[in-house]
Ligand binder design. Sequence first.
Ligand SMILES: C[S@@+](CC[C@H](N)C(=O)[O-])C[C@H]1O[C@@H](n2cnc3c(N)ncnc32)[C@H](O)[C@@H]1O
Length: 311
Amino acid sequence: MEAKENPYLAHTKRGREPIRQKRINVNKDGGDSTHEAFGRSVPERTRTPLKRFKYGNYRNYYGYRNKSMGIDSRLQLLDPALFKHKRVLDIGCNSGILTIDVALYLQPRYILGVDIDADLIHAAIKEVRLVNSLLPPMHKRAEALDQLNTAHLVDIKSYFPKSMPAMFGTIYIDPTSNTTQFPHNIHFRHSGNWIEEEDEHEPYDILLALSISKWIHLNWGDQGIKDFFHKAYRSLQDGGMFVLEAQPWKNYKNAFSQSPELRENYKKLQFLPQEFEAYLLETVGFRYVEVLGASENAVEGFQRTMAIYFK
Ligand SMILES: C[S@@+](CC[C@H](N)C(=O)[O-])C[C@H]1O[C@@H](n2cnc3c(N)ncnc32)[C@H](O)[C@@H]1O
């Protein structure tokens, strides 16, 4: 059959119309403008500004941080007994990958992830649907979680291949369910700047502040990070835990490429991350701290110390 008679072949190389060539004209001032080769001019091409992430709101944060890791290695430092059936807030949850691992493996009864970036919250909600569609059926899942050993976590998030939800869609999550098992124990909310939000109505057992202190410090200064610590304290019940993974001072300069404003703010900082511990204990009021150590990570700069401050 001739190409022109066959509708499928019409879209192949043989059947396609020749593509009209485009030419890039370089202006005298070095900018460029695009014109169709056949004379008709089109509007000047504006350069798309490079997207910057001044809050650490990177799009592919976990693809970079957790290269070739199925489960975030920070989980190995967290004792499941501390999390089971607890109420947890994850401040600055990005696209939710770690929040999901905590919800699934450490089994809090409720975990809320909040972030200043609405698109990341949207991505996190989609990720819950995807992960939920790849898990083993409930009875098998419960078996695997009962034998949980955080030192050697077995990744149960690929029981079904990703092609299943790609072909059939993700599994429906009933929003009215009142069980506290994953995925019913996890929620996400766009928060804006959490420090400026109204205080939490119901205090939490655990607050996670992982790899966020540098961004708060660089955007809102010494006062901003102090306000963050006081608000964290107020948001916890007595006996509650503030889990802090603070970036060290030497790591701050890496943020400058995200905004010139951050470099200017950096110059004004006087309160250093090595002083956080004394401030949290002596000024904010936490009773004591347990240093958990640094998580293993093959990517340079991510072996950061985690500590738990007890209210
Ligand atoms: C580098 S990521 C860390 C993500 C996650 N906590 C982790 O460690 O895997 C920092 C996140 O904090 C969020 N963030 C920064 N400042 C914030 C603020 N004031 N309130 C809420 N979220 C904030 C950013 O949008 C970003 O997604």
